[in-house]
Every structure is written in structure tokens, then in C-alpha cells.
Design a protein. Structure first.
Length: 208
């Protein structure tokens, strides 16, 4: 798993334990998703390219750095929406482009229903946001959409991954790094991550 990065940060582990708890209500659940996303954003952007710039401080001119690459956030609807604010707090100028996919409950395959990407790419780096990397179908399909769009630098950022979804991503897109808060044991017969945290979308939006 050379391209899979699981955060060792104790704050992420602490917040993830609360996120998993079945007693955590939607408001708190949304807050935790945002907070964990922000912590993962810090790790997933550690290799972004910067360019030198001179800055006037109150005392002198100093050489500093600013981001060179333009960032795009691509939350997979709907569960990925909850992660956007955590990233925006660190990167308020990042563009957000939505990809709508749902999982067919019979085939467990992704079905695309929403895509409003412009004709030409407007960013150089895309961060795909989805709390759960379960079967991997939605994640791999989103990567394919972004590659066809013309983006060459893509990363996936999620909260929990299943070995099955990680394996599919690595087979189909070995060039895409995966950043997670945890890797769980397996998928059940319905394609849910075990032990997981249930349906991340339902728990965020109170529709369980």
C-alpha cells in the first residue's frame, strides 16, 4: 500500500471514535466530519508546490512562499459535502466542483447523475472528498471523470477505507494517492464498511 497514507494523529483517532458512535447525533456528526477533514487536509496537501514571493513585514522585506498550484475540491455527492468546509477553512480560495454518483443497491456499481465540470480544467490539483472508500466504485469512477477532464494530479481523501475499495483504486488508478483516517476490516454483503460508522450521508443529514 505504498500510495495509501493512514493518519497516525491522535486527534484524528479521538474524533473518529466519536464519529463511529451510534449515539452521535447529526449536528455533532457533521462537526466531526468537518474537523477530521481539516486535519486530513493538512496531511494531504503537504507536497503542494509553492513559489517564492517577497513580503513586506512591519520591519523588513522577507522571502516567503505562496501556493503555485490551483486547487479543486471534488466532493462526491452527497456524503462528500460534509468534508468541504474542513478544507475550505485552510484553503478558502479552492474551487469546488461536484460529482453526483449513487450506488446501485443491486449491482453495487456507481451511477453518475450530476456533472457540471467546465469544458477545460480550471485547476491543476483535484482532491476527491468522500467519507467512505467502500467498494471503490464511486471513487474510481470520479477519478476517470477527472482524468478525462484533463487533470493530471489527483488525490483521494476519505475518513474510512475498506481493503476492497483500496485494492480497486490501486488496480485501476495506482497513480492516485489515498489519504484516510483509518482502514477497517471488510465489507458486508450490502457493501457497507465493517465496523465502519454506517451510512455517512444519512448520519450527516439526519435521513437514516
Amino acid at each position: 500500500m505504498s500510495n495509501v497514507y493512514v493518519s497516525p494523529h491522535p486527534l484524528i483517532a479521538h474524533k473518529l471514535s466519536k464519529l463511529r458512535d451510534v449515539a452521535t447525533e447529526p449536528k455533532k456528526f457533521r462537526e466531526l466530519v468537518r474537523e477530521i477533514a481539516g486535519l486530513l487536509a493538512y496531511e494531504a496537501t503537504a507536497d503542494l508546490v509553492t513559489t517564492p514571493v517577497d513580503v513586506q513585514t512591519p520591519l523588513a522585506i522577507t522571502r516567503a512562499a505562496q501556493l503555485k498550484e490551483k486547487i479543486g475540491l471534488v466532493p462526491i455527492l452527497r456524503a462528500g459535502l460534509g468534508m468541504v468546509e474542513g478544507f475550505w477553512e485552510l484553503m478558502p480560495s479552492a474551487e469546488v466542483w461536484h460529482i453526483g454518483l449513487y450506488r446501485d443497491e443491486k449491482t453495487l456499481k456507481p451511477v453518475e447523475y450530476y456533472n457540471k465540470l467546465p469544458i477545460e480544467p480550471t485547476v491543476s490539483v483535484c482532491l476527491i472528498l468522500d467519507p467512505m472508500l467502500a467498494t471503490g466504485g464511486s471513487a474510481t469512477a470520479t477519478v476517470e471523470v477527472l482524468k478525462r477532464w484533463g487533470v493530471s494530479k489527483i488525490k483521494f481523501v476519505g475518513l474510512i477505507g475498506a481493503p476492497e475499495g483500496i485494492a480497486l483504486m490501486q488496480r485501476q488508478h495506482p497513480d492516485v494517492p489515498i489519504y484516510l483516517a483509518a482502514i477497517d476490516d471488510h465489507l458486508n454483503e450490502k457493501g457497507y464498511i465493517v465496523p465502519g460508522l454506517g451510512d455517512a450521508g444519512d448520519r450527516q443529514f439526519g435521513t437514516a
